[in-house]
Design a binder for this molecule. Sequence first.
Ligand code: RIB
Ligand code: CA
Length: 315
Amino acid sequence: MTKTPRKIIIDTDPGQDDAVALLLALASPEDVTVLGITAVAGNVPLPLTERNARIVCELAGQPGMRVFAGCDRPLRRKLVTAEHVHGTTGLDGPQLADPVMPLQDQHAVDFLIETLRAEPAGTVTLCPLGPLTNIATAFQRAPDIIPRVQEIVLMGGAYFEVGNITPAAEFNIYVDPEAADIVFKSGVPLVVMPLDVTHKALTTKARIAAFRAMGSEPGRMVAEWTDFFERFDMQKYGSEGAPLHDPCVIAWLIRPELFSGRHINVEIETQSELTLGMTVADWWGVTERKPNALFIGDLDAEGFYALLAERIARL
Ligand code: RIB
Ligand code: CA
């Protein structure tokens, strides 16, 4: 029986790892139908994240994909970016020409609202790969769309792995904790890919060589992006490679059996400056708080990279 592709909207702040996630999605039409890509300020400011999203669509040979610019700052706080990890363009590594394909005129939040109202309820999955500002803004502006969302599969948070931007918080959640709090309390079914699992999805020389060996532009780009992207994490963690965070979201949609986790309660710290943006995950069930998220803790890394290589080789 052929599987019906899942309709998704990818909300993203490219970033090299976002770019690999976008390529994986755009290379997998039998698994996901990308209704649109919404850019948000995060790794780098919005003018760069929307530019980068269009560059990746052209690299995937899909200049007709609709890319929308969304919020250029968090709900309430100053924007914190991560050029120290991703470089000044957000896609540092290879030299990249400006995109030719157009940016959509419609604001990303209006696209999210319009699409969720137009598509049959329960048939659209949101895939946030950056701060949750666009999603939370759409929920605040149009609460009627919240029960219409099929599922939110996001990269963000950390528990056993602790934080990467502060000792307590992971970057996507830390940049806009109020937005994350809205999403985690929304009641929409959540699948969360925290650092606990993404730090097990490490690049290695052999895995990067497999992309370069494809002899294609997408393969070369992924190799050069991961070469650049891994230098920061390898120095910081002393690991052999860098964690490919965001592709875990798309890989879960395609092959969920590669991942394992627990359905638990996860809440967001928004008050304490010391632990702001922490995902307080009740992994051991020590509270009566209602479970609201499938919190992923582990993956088959070999299977993950085999899927990445197989799909990106198609482009
Ligand atoms: O903490 C990792 C996350 O922050 C990834 O999504 C990366 O792209 C950055 O957005
Ligand atoms: Ca990201």
